[in-house]
Design a protein around this ligand. Sequence first.
Ligand code: PNS
Length: 157
Amino acid sequence: MKAVVPGSFDPITHGHLDVISRAAAIFDSVIVAVGVNSSKSYLFDFGERLDLVRQACSDLRGVTAEPLDGLLVDFCTAHGATAIVKGARGSTDFDYEVGMARMNHALTGVETVVLPASTQWSYVSSTLVRQIASLGGDVTAFVPDVVIERLERKVQP
Ligand code: PNS
């Protein structure tokens, strides 16, 4: 079975990589779908976010990354994926995911698997990483090395 792990990944963190690698251990193959949430503004542009996801996942067997343009359910159908995998750090994330899972299931029948974030990464978010980095803080513990290099260029012109 094939699964899709969708997100903005602005930027990809160790929390995301934990969910992606756990999804890869459950499913035969995983496509990381890098999309645009119209209610968010991004630090990294679409190409940069996709490129960073591809580099960060290059050592994960069975994992590829593709651009998501349009409805997630249509992406799943087009790629032959029968499940969506999302991570949830807590009850706020979970409630948000349940609403989308129900809607996506109503649209095409695609199932959603919500994985509880590993304790180690449960406090890590892209939002906090961006904020800390932009104020000169050290985020090396929370993101892969490829992200560190790009973040330094982005926040220290
Ligand atoms: O959690 P994120 O990072 O904001 O997710 C971004 C993304 C692109 C994965 C999300 O906005 C999405 O699924 N967009 C696709 C549009 C869609 O299918 N909307 C209906 C959801 S029920």
